[in-house]
Design a binder for this molecule. Sequence first.
Ligand code: KG4
Ligand code: ZN
Length: 335
Amino acid sequence: MRILGIETSCDETGIAIYDSEQGLLADALYSQVDMHARYGGVIPELASRDHVRKALPMIRELMQSHDIDKSTIDGIAYTAGPGLIGALLVGAALGRSLAMAWQVPAIGVHHMEGHLLAPMLEANPPTFPFVALLVSGGHTQLVSVKGIGEYRLLGESLDDAAGEAFDKVAKMLGLSYPGGPRVAALAEQGTPGRFVFPRPMTNRPGLDFSFSGLKTFVRNTLQDLSDANELTDQAKADVALAFEEAVVQTLVIKCRRALQESGMRSLIIAGGVSANLRLRAGLGDMVKKHRAELFYAQPRFCTDNGAMIAYAGCQRLKAGQQEALTIQAKARWNM
Ligand code: KG4
Ligand code: ZN
């Protein structure tokens, strides 16, 4: 089964073609990040308009350049939510219309299910069951995964998502959007141990997260440094490192707890923050000690992309899932 995937939930237009026999055949990504960077965040209306401009030409270009004829496409998967509603509607309307024109089924995919399954695109994919840590700009969730569609929420952030905390701290540090990779790069210059920030909600049971207090802690530390006239570039790097370590340690502690409580031996991490090297290293050390295994996607499939949507849609359609001719787009949607 060969599926065209369309991702337009936020500021990335992702197009891909996944074949259940041959794997990922082609993928293309257009990031709007330069357009939004001058505003310090994503402007929804601009995002929608740009998806309208880019998505269809990208599909045509991708299929032509890989010599893939539309008659070989068995179905279309588009991101139906959660995300920016205008941006979602672009991909949904396009996916639904192409499916109608090509007389194939279309299916609306949950964006976070796409992220969750992205490590399946790798050469050494995890096998079910596993614990999944989903860490993106909008979500921080621990999920027990028994199979496609068999997801049980173990815990989630009660306030900011991990990626959101990275982005907000980046802003405080005067770094541009998207902040995660920039905070991580600045932290590379940081002095280990100069600051130690709290690991929120780790000293009580449970698998929920909270990152907003940590964000306030960063803001207060920066204010104190500024008041003391000590807010040097080095001090900023030291704060970035302390923040990153606090987030990573918090995630490591909760993942360890989730593995212990579920008895599972595989952990996958997915979503934009799973590209973070300190997080990968921290979790890598932890799973080794617990004789478990860690899986993640290559960096370009950690952040938003069309391949994960094509893959997730393929699994759903292969399982016989059908959808009416209505267009699915939901800004908020539980997985
Ligand atoms: O999954 P994603 O591309 O979009 C959403 O579905 O939200 O995740 C984007 C988030 C942003 O908050 C970004 O700052 C963060 O992932 N991110 C990172 C890194 N790369 C992306 N955070 C920390 N370290 C990184 N290397
Ligand atoms: Zn995403």
